[in-house]
Design a binder for this molecule. Structure first.
Ligand SMILES: [Zn+2]
Ligand SMILES: [Zn+2]
Length: 341
């Protein structure tokens, strides 16, 4: 599945990957997701080379490993994280794997390490000891697919955002990351979770997961948050859109000395009202999630059923239907589309 031009993707035949390093593995992909960040590529907002294979969410079976791979072996069912880390650099030694000096992201072109994507039959996985995990007993492909990106990102938004039991959260943007953030917030003991979006179906899903749904334009998000927090605002705002207007609203929904977790992707300059941020003494947490760092705990949440992302999978399609899948996803008619190669 390759990017060709903005709005244009296609399925092509490519040579099979081969092991490049002693700690590489090759995985036969059995399920691969389409992510909101794939849509940034699809729109041309994140630029990659035409012909690059995209995708970074995957579950499959190990077919081959290099001699230094000790954590997984051929024949095992595995999932992996959206990107890789070396395990040895300054940042990895501090467990800040998402900022690894040698970090690479699957399916994001030369700027993020020239690592061909997971929307493919076979995937070369570098640093497999760090990047891959066996799928725990009883966890479905659909659920496992979330661990390496969406659920790990939601976990990061909530836990690194400092939520404490009894706290309050607003989630802006109810795509898979936002809806997973609702689930993680509930699991982490949030007393109030306010979920904001403009798509009724997504608001209904958020409500079924225990959030108070608030329509972005037909309701009054600021009024609703004030009403639920004695006028203070929420402890933690999660911006799961990647748009300056959502970021502005997230800053306004947070209480004084609260935190805004900027989970949506930014690749360009965006303005925040620094007066609001400063007067309210807000903390802004930004950037990629440390999904490798959170992976084992997220898997425990999936295996125990504390976190169940399967209601967020709305479509199963074949990999060769991917051009249609992207069009459906672009029209916001799907939450998570899982492709089977
Ligand atoms: Zn993603
Ligand atoms: Zn590193």
């Amino acid at each position: 599945m390759t990017f060709q031009a903005p709005g244009e993707v296609q399925v092509e035949d490519r040579p099979e990957p081969t092991l490049q390093a002693a700690d590489d593995a090759i995985v036969r992909v059995e399920a691969t997701g389409i992510c909101g960040s794939d849509l940034h590529i699809y729109h041309g907002r994140v630029e990659i080379e035409p012909g690059f294979v995209i995708g970074h969410e995957y579950v499959g079976t190990v077919v081959e490993t290099g001699e230094a791979v000790s954590e997984v072996k051929a024949g095992e069912r595995v999932l992996g994280t959206y990107g890789t880390a070396c395990g040895d650099c300054f940042f990895c030694r501090r467990a800040e794997y998402h900022k690894c000096d040698d970090g690479r992201v699957f399916g994001h072109g030369a700027t993020l390490g020239s690592l061909q994507g997971a929307q493919a039959e076979l995937l070369l996985v570098p640093h497999a000891n760090l990047v891959l995990r066996r799928v725990p007993e009883g966890v479905s492909d659909d659920a496992a697919l979330f661990a390496g990106d969406v659920a790990g990102t939601a976990y990061h938004a909530i836990v690194e955002g400092g939520l404490e039991p009894g706290g309050s959260v607003a989630v802006l943007g109810l795509g898979p990351v936002g809806l997973s953030a609702v689930q993680v917030a509930r699991a982490a003991g949030a007393a109030q979770v306010v979920a904001v979006d403009s798509v009724q179906e997504r608001l209904r899903v958020a409500e079924s997961l225990g959030a108070t749904p608030v329509h972005l334009t037909e309701d009054d998000p600021r009024g609703a948050v004030k009403g639920l927090t004695e006028g203070r605002g929420v402890d933690l705002s999660v911006e799961a859109v990647g748009h300056p207007e959502a970021l502005d609203l997230a800053c306004r929904l947070a209480r004084k000395a609260g935190t805004v977790s900027v989970t949506g992707v930014y690749a360009e300059r965006a303005e925040v009202h620094m007066g609001v941020v400063w007067i309210k003494a807000l903390t802004l947490r930004t950037g990629h999630a440390n999904v490798i760092g959170h992976l084992d705990r997220v898997l425990e949440m999936l295996a125990s059923g504390v976190l169940d992302p399967t209601p967020l999978v709305t479509h199963h399609m074949r990999l060769d239907e991917a051009p249609d899948a992207y069009a459906i996803y672009d029209r916001r008619e799907a939450l998570k589309i899982v492709l089977a190669p």
